[in-house]
Design a protein around this ligand. Structure first.
Ligand SMILES: Nc1ncnc2c1ncn2[C@@H]1O[C@H](COP(=O)(O)OP(=O)(O)OP(=O)(O)O)[C@@H](O)[C@H]1O
Length: 377
């Protein structure tokens, strides 16, 4: 947020010189650490064991984009997000002109997270370049484009309530940011602190630095997923963390504040571990539910379509639960005439909802509600 005549009476400032903390109360951390590690291992085993895991991970990634963006006041639904993707996929040239700002931001979050995951998987180090590239993508269009995408702040920023004119937190000054970011990245990559605790400490430090003019909350939460993979807690760079933080937002912010105000690093780490534990459990349940839906729908599609191509049709609507019919015809791997017939059958059976009927050269836009309903958060 930018500065006007703000009330700084309750503001806490950056904990200069205190990162990384000299000590933590490991006795209090041990139980939560074991619980979080066990749940994450269960989640990882589940995802790694799935054939065609991306089919189940992609919806979780979209859900995280909706939740993480919503924490910062950006309101989109999962359907809005998929709809924007469908428009992009159908080659829309006016994608950003016609879409709502909130939907653009959520869409960019999802895309930035995906690219960062790909970059890491291809061997890019988890460093400032990757962080700035993710930021560049996150703010590449819409409201964010004016907020220095890909570059660090050059003015002091604040965390607060703009409407009430209150500042709660004063992050590090821009002149001190460069060495602090370098220290953070070094800590992420070389510290001997246990991976889950290291991730917890890195997240709060990143937020306390607030290195960018905008987008710090979202980039900081992406960083958690990327670290968990890089540090070997997960075997794939896929874990979605925002749900717990959104439902416990007051405590999330309060625990961070207590780090700078009272040096309570242990309290923050315990909260973070609890978040990882609970979110892993929720993610397992969601992945299971998607998996179950997929199996159940296999039967329905077989009955309704009465075609050797029922599995291709099913995998297509799972990967793109909002889509233009011409994309289905081109991409599902089903011969064109049959594909047209099959989508009509799915509409007639109530499995696809028509969002926009075909008009002129524009193909119809369909939604696959069973998956969208399951993902609504
Ligand atoms: N006291 C605090 N200390 C450190 N970090 C905090 C504190 N309070 C909030 N945060 C973090 O700051 C984020 C929100 O900051 P802000 O409103 O400035 O966001 P931003 O930079 O505009 O980015 P985004 O739009 O992604 O949130 C929160 O989601 C949280 O991660």
């Amino acid at each position: 947020m930018a500065i006007k005549a703000y009330d700084l009476a309750d503001a806490v400032s950056y904990h200069e010189g205190a990162f990384p903390p000299k000590s933590l109360d490991y006795e209090r951390l041990l139980g939560p650490l074991e619980e979080a590690a066990a749940s994450l291992a269960r989640y990882d085993a589940k995802i790694s064991g799935m054939v065609n895991g991306e089919l189940f991970l992609a919806p979780l990634r979209r859900q995280d984009a909706v939740t993480s963006s919503r924490m910062e006041g950006t309101i989109s639904t999962i359907e809005d997000l998929y709809r924007l993707e469908a428009e992009e996929d159908s080659g829309s040239t006016d994608l950003y002109r016609d879409a709502r700002h909130d939907d653009i931001e959520t869409y960019l979050y999802s895309r930035a997270l995906r690219s960062a995951q790909d970059a890491l998987a291809e061997g890019m180090p988890l460093g400032e370049h990757l962080i700035r590239s993710a930021h560049q993508q996150l703010l590449s269009a819409g409201r964010g484009a004016r907020k220095r995408p890909g570059s660090y702040k050059i003015e002091q920023n604040y965390i607060g309530d703009e409407r009430r004119g209150k500042i709660y937190y004063v992050p590090i000054a821009p002149e001190q940011l460069e060495p602090a970011m370098a220290a953070l990245v070094q800590f992420i990559n070389t510290s001997e602190t246990r991976p889950l605790i290291r991730t917890a400490l890195a997240h709060v430090e990143f937020e306390a630095l607030h290195p960018f003019e905008d987008g710090n909350g979202r980039i900081g939460r992406m960083l958690i997923t990327l670290m968990l993979w890089r540090l070997g807690v997960l075997s794939q760079p896929n874990f979605f963390v925002s749900g717990y933080f959104e439902t416990h937002k007051d405590e999330y912010v309060e625990r961070m504040r207590a780090v700078s105000a009272e040096g309570d690093w242990t309290g923050w780490v315990i909260f973070f571990l609890q978040a990882m534990h609970e979110q892993a459990t929720v993610n397992i349940q969601t992945a299971d539910a998607i998996f179950k839906l997929h199996s159940g729908m296999r039967e329905r599609f077989r009955e309704v379509l009465n075609s050797q191509f029922h599995d291709q049709a099913l995998d297509f609507v799972f990967a793109s639960p909002v889509f233009r019919n011409d994309r289905f015809v081109e991409r599902s791997g089903i011969p064109a005439t049959t594909a047209r017939l099959l989508s009509r059958r799915l509409v007639d059976a109530g499995l696809l909802r028509t969002l926009q009927p075909a008009a002129g050269r524009r193909a119809a836009l369909y939604a696959f509600d069973p998956l969208l309903d399951l993902l609504r958060v």
